[in-house]
Design a protein around this ligand. Structure first.
Ligand SMILES: [Fe+2]
Ligand SMILES: [Fe+2]
Length: 292
């Protein structure tokens, strides 16, 4: 299915274009010091920017409160497929098809580089596993979901949108923007109700969190569930919805984010050498098969 044929569903040439854009917004402080100045990283005259902009237009227009409820009801019953973790990685890797093989790593390589960077820094093994699994939810694309319902920065639905979300002007196209039930500061929520009571825009974060919520410790679940919630963990928005537990967990989400953003490396790790370690790790925490 080509991007030209279905621009409404797939404005990006590959899912990586969203992540490349996140990297432009939040450049790696170390690489800036080494090679490029901040201006070069924030170069918005880039052909990818138009597709990314169109992607956000669709995301912000169609991620309504009702849309999120429909997707939750549909996908969180996990009735589509049952796979071992290893079969799931092979399934996920089909996503590399329409991206440029010279510059883009497969999804599995991104996951492995994230988990290896976490492991090299001596973090607990459950965090390594979190790195390995955090983007597994992108299989949503392979179930026919549009890109804007799989990736992109996530944000609460059911209350006013923060202007700290990228391209906030596109929310004016969202029907919830003019709905009195949803367009006030708290909307359907109560002050400091805690993020666990807040519905986020639908995408790969909530899906993988729900899939793994019985198997990993609480900080890992926050990393999975909120890793694309940049308005919170990078911009500090939505404090009025947080409770003390969220504030406590934020440090874990922040600890995880640089491994996701800055671990990309053109040299792939040696999977044959690493395999036994990861097989043990998966067996330690996860069941034989996962339901998608
Ligand atoms: Fe992700
Ligand atoms: Fe990622």
């Amino acid at each position: 299915m080509s991007a030209e044929k279905l621009p409404q569903l797939h404005p990006l040439n590959s899912l990586d274009e969203w992540e490349d854009d996140v990297l432009r917004r939040y450049p790696d402080p170390e690489s800036i010091a080494m090679e490029k100045d901040t201006e070069a990283y924030r170069n918005y005259d880039n052909p990818e920017r138009d597709t990314v902009k169109e992607f956000y237009r669709l995301n912000h227009t169609y991620q309504t409160y009702d849309f999120v409820q429909q997707k939750r009801a549909d996908f969180l019953s996990f009735g589509r497929k049952e796979m071992t973790v290893w079969d799931a990685f092979e399934f996920l890797n089909q996503l590399v098809d329409d991206s440029d093989p010279d510059t883009d790593l497969s999804q599995f390589q991104h996951l492995l580089q994230t988990s290896e960077a976490i492991r090299n820094d001596g973090h607990p093994d459950w965090m390594v596993l979190t790195g390995l699994m955090h983007d597994m939810g992108k299989v949503l694309c392979l179930f026919g979901e549009p890109q804007w319902a799989v990736v992109g920065d996530t944000f609460p639905v059911g209350c006013a949108y923060s202007d700290k979300i990228v391209y906030p002007e596109f929310f004016e196209n969202n029907p919830d923007f003019n709905n009195k039930k949803y367009n006030t500061r708290y909307g359907i929520y109560t002050p400091n109700c805690g993020l666990r009571n807040v519905d986020m825009s639908w995408g790969h974060d909530e899906y993988i969190y729900s899939m793994l919520k019985d198997y990993l410790p609480e900080p890992a679940l926050y990393m999975l569930r909120y890793h694309s919630f940049y308005a919170w963990h990078r911009e500090g928005a939505y404090d009025h919805l947080l409770d003390d537990h969220d504030r406590e967990m934020l440090k874990w989400v922040k600890l995880f984010n640089p491994y996701d953003l800055y671990s990309k490396n053109p040299t792939p790790p040696n999977w044959n050498e690493l395999r036994p370690y990861y097989e043990n790790l998966v067996n330690k925490y996860l069941p034989k098969t996962l339901r998608f």
